[in-house]
Design a binder for this molecule. Structure first.
Ligand code: BDR
Ligand code: CA
Length: 324
């Protein structure tokens, strides 16, 4: 398979961090053009800092990190420190980054990349869709240059912020609506799929025993995060939402899904951020997204563990921060 030119837009966040590590550990599959960050799980100052901590931990400081939008388009900000901790990465101690944030804004970087590249760009979105929505509003022509967008977000069943809505969509429903209505080649990975990919004691032990600082850090974050994101929702373990996006790009056969009509609710207080999906629209041409429905959890964890095992890593003995 040819290398995919990839930009990851994210709000790390524990599961974002695992997703970044999976992508950083897979240089044969991805030409990682950059990591853009957005306000989401924690404020922007922390998401961009955490993204740099992850590239440093993985010894990939050449991957540039950009800061993007500090708040949603219209609604007031929503964060998730109760899940990811005050730092966004509570549960393990990792070193501070030694490389700086890029001076360019994430939206400007994204537009420039789309206009300059000869290779089709894949965009993986792991957080609220504010950056992509602003880019599409500012430069609608970039829709032609985006080969595909694979987004973690939404729920066909129960949400995880309200009964109706999942965090990434609820945190900026208006941005999600801009993206869904932009005519992109969009694949959505909702909670219904990510809740099939949960940690078990055996899977966490396999990560912990990898023999590099990455494994114990991942296991530490996931144990902390699982207390709320797993047990808090009646799951047996912690769901690895965002890594599903990267795993899907690497091994799409681990997942199944189908074309559906997708719309975002932006008006109802009760259902704000609901992803309304119809696999059988009256007019089949109305299908505007592929929505995934199943995941092969053993295959997913085998891929994740194998890749993280090969990731060289700086040691946590360096000047370290975070993690309670
Ligand atoms: C999504 O919300 C965030 O808390 C996670 O990082 C993930 O992107 C799951 O609803
Ligand atoms: Ca996220």
């Amino acid at each position: 398979m040819a290398k995919q030119s990839l930009i990851i837009d994210c709000d790390p966040g524990v599961d974002d961090a695992i997703a970044l590590l999976l992508a950083l550990a897979s240089p044969d599959e991805f030409d990682l053009l950059g990591i853009t960050t957005v306000a989401g799980n924690v404020p922007l100052a922390l998401t961009q800092y955490n993204a740099r901590r992850i590239t440093h931990l993985a010894q990939r400081p050449e991957v540039p990190v950009y800061g993007g939008c500090p708040r949603p388009l219209l609604r007031s900000p929503v964060t998730a420190e109760h899940v990811h901790g005050q730092t966004g990465l509570d549960g393990a101690v990792i070193p501070d980054p030694t490389h700086p944030l890029q001076p360019q804004h994430a939206v400007a970087f994204f537009i420039d990349q789309c206009r300059a590249t000869q290779a089709p760009i894949t965009l993986a979105t792991l957080g609220p869709l504010t950056n992509l929505a602003v880019a599409l509003i500012q430069a609608p022509d970039i829709a032609q240059a985006i080969d595909r967008v694979v987004a973690m977000g939404g729920a066909l069943g129960r949400g995880n912020v309200t009964p109706s809505a999942e965090f990434n969509i609820y945190a900026d429903p208006h941005a999600a609506r801009v993206v869904v209505e932009a005519g992109l080649n969009l694949t959505l990975i909702p909670l219904d799929v990510t809740h099939q990919v949960i940690t078990t004691p055996e899977r966490l032990a396999a990560l912990e025993e990898l023999g590099s600082p990455v494994g114990p850090a991942a296991a530490g974050w996931l144990r902390h995060y699982g207390q709320r994101e797993g047990e808090g929702y009646g799951l047996a373990g912690a769901p690895l939402h965002d890594p599903c996006v990267i795993a899907y790009l690497m091994q799409p056969n681990l997942f199944s899904g189908r074309p559906m009509y997708l719309a975002i609710e932006t008006d109802s207080p009760l259902c704000l951020g609901r992803t309304v999906a119809d696999p059988h629209p009256a007019d089949p041409t109305l299908a505007n997204a592929t929505i995934l429905e199943t995941a092969d959890a053993p295959g997913f964890y085998a891929l994740l563990t194998e890749r993280l095992a090969h990731l060289p890593s700086v040691s946590s003995g360096e000047r370290a921060s975070s993690g309670s």
